[in-house]
Design a protein around this ligand. Structure first.
Ligand code: SF4
Length: 179
């Protein structure tokens, strides 16, 4: 039986590696990279190229989003001084998940999910709230609730290290660089 499509928003190949594999067991993921939060653009492209390689590895379709860091900065304006994990990040999740929902709609895909909640630094409840706020008529899936996050991350990082996937040392925006 043909697997149903799901749009999988990936923030970086590190977060996407094992999740893509697990999601592929039940769905046919379409990989979507759209992360205008990332600064500078060269870093955005580096993470994008690693994500593209990941899609190729699993033989999945890859959709390259539009980079507009100025638009993202306007969206989070006034929250520059927030700590990582604070209100700026909530808006950042919403910004990216609205883009993902928009692309899913454009592609005629009824459901979407994201890697945003997977890292130990990210609050999965906030990500779920953003996904619910962004989804409109679509279904926002939270498959991470089916596994133990700590174990998942340990297994994921073992693969990431073995495959020498590029690992950045800051979340993405310029405000996370100075921490
Ligand atoms: S720290 Fe990360 S999640 Fe938070 S606003 Fe910056 S890029 Fe987005």
């Amino acid at each position: 039986m043909e697997k149903e499509e799901i749009l999988l928003h990936i923030c970086c190949a590190v977060c996407g590696r094992l999740f893509t594999q697990l999601l592929s067991e039940n769905y046919s993921p379409v990989i979507y990279y759209d992360n205008s939060n990332i600064y500078p653009e060269a870093e955005y492209m580096k993470r994008r190229d690693e994500t593209r390689k990941l899609a190729e590895k699993f033989g999945l379709r890859f959709i390259d989003g539009r980079y507009d860091h100025e638009e993202w900065k306007s969206f989070v304006a006034g929250l520059e001084e927030e700590p990582e994990g604070g209100k700026r990040c909530d808006k950042c999740f919403l910004y990216r998940l609205q883009k993902a929902a928009g692309m899913a709609k454009q592609e005629g895909i009824a459901r979407f999910t994201t890697t945003l909640s997977l890292s130990p630094f990210k609050n999965e409840i906030r990500v779920e709230e953003a996904g619910e706020a962004a989804k409109e008529m679509l279904e926002f899936l939270t498959p991470w609730k089916e596994f133990e996050k700590k174990d998942f991350w340990r297994d994921n990082m073992k693969i990431v290290r073995a495959e020498e996937i590029y690992r950045q040392n800051y979340c993405g925006c310029e405000f996370s660089m100075r921490k």
